[in-house]
Design a protein. Sequence first.
Length: 112
Amino acid sequence: MIELIEQHDDKPSVFGETLKARGAHGFHHWAVGARDFDKSVAHYRSLGYAEAFSDTAPMGFRVVYFDTTRDLPGMLEVIEMNAAAEQGFHTMYQAAQEWDGKTHIVHKIETA
């Protein structure tokens, strides 16, 4: 999956900070799903990665971005794989399977 993110304000965020530091758009992060979210978060903290952002996604699962740029060319997003996340990713997968290659499919997630 490729996620294109467009921020519509100048509020501080992990996306704006990366853009400002880099001076250009480009790759931002990888994401991994975690069935044991707390254990995975503790693992990346134990490796010395700083938590750059955390929240609960609008669909009802937790996410944490770690700054892994000392070792990797981007951040790492850890996604809590619960029933809401499974349903959301299944919906995206199903849309991709049914895509005709012509019609644009946009899934817009509004955040507060």
